[in-house]
Design a protein around this ligand. Structure first.
Ligand code: SF4
Length: 228
């Protein structure tokens, strides 16, 4: 059971020490000798976030390498470039923890903070980690929208929020939880989806701009670099 602590720094430290899932501890630590972070990855972004971008699980050579969500792989490149275009990031790249990336009114995290083999957590592993999502969301008091990247992240968010029956996932699907958070579906920005044309930059822009609108953020902020 996760104690809901409003301090995000303390929470990040606690997440990074979690050992609740033996299989995933082994998976993340397999790369520990190669300069990888190899610990659970806390969420990253603006404490005043209104938009939460939720992935399913930490990438083995992205977050597990760099210790920051959506960093250092091609999915991160696609996502952060779109967040930049939507006025939610101060730069279009996310390469490493010291690259200067700041999010503006946005937060990024995965439902499962360690890298599961074949990117498939068990139901028990996913559910164990949703406690950390609850703790972070409790600390993000301005949150209004959760963009769910892919069907499995959408299902994780629905289960976490107690939405029954689960509404069908679709790109652009919306569902408001009883707690007032708007879930917004989006195809995952994986190379598989972008190379096949299943997800285009315009489709990603459409969802993020809609998230921005639903979150009450108004028109794009052209002075973002100053305000981030
Ligand atoms: S997946 Fe989540 S609950 Fe499991 S060990 Fe990692 S941080 Fe802990």
């Amino acid at each position: 059971m996760v104690d809901l602590d409003p301090g995000l720094d303390d929470l990040a430290a606690r997440i990074s020490r979690c050992t609740a899932c033996p299989r995933l501890v082994a998976a993340r630590e397999a790369a520990a000798g190669q300069g990888y972070w190899a610990r659970p990855v806390p969420g990253f972004g603006d404490r005043d976030a209104r938009i939460h971008v939720l992935g399913l699980a930490t990438a083995p050579h992205g977050g597990n390498r760099h210790g920051r969500a959506f960093t250092g792989n091609r999915s991160a490149d696609t996502l952060v470039a779109a967040m930049y275009r939507a006025g939610l990031a101060n730069q279009p790249t996310s390469r490493h923890p010291d690259d200067g990336l700041c999010l503006h009114r946005a937060w990024m995290a995965s439902a499962v903070r360690c890298p599961p083999p074949e990117h498939r957590p068990t139901r028990a592993e996913r559910d164990a980690c949703l406690g950390w999502l609850s703790a972070e969301v409790a600390a993000l008091r301005e949150l209004r929208v959760m963009v769910c990247l892919g069907r499995t992240a959408w299902e994780a968010a629905c289960d976490w929020a107690g939405v029954r029956p689960r509404p069908r996932f679709a790109h652009g699907a919306e569902h408001r939880t009883d707690g007032g958070l708007l879930l917004l579906g989006c195809y995952h920005p994986s190379p598989q989806n972008t190379h096949s044309g299943r997800l285009t930059p315009a489709m990603l822009d459409d969802v993020l701009l809609r998230a921005r609108d639903r979150a009450g953020l108004g028109p794009l902020d052209t002075d973002l670099e100053e305000s981030a």
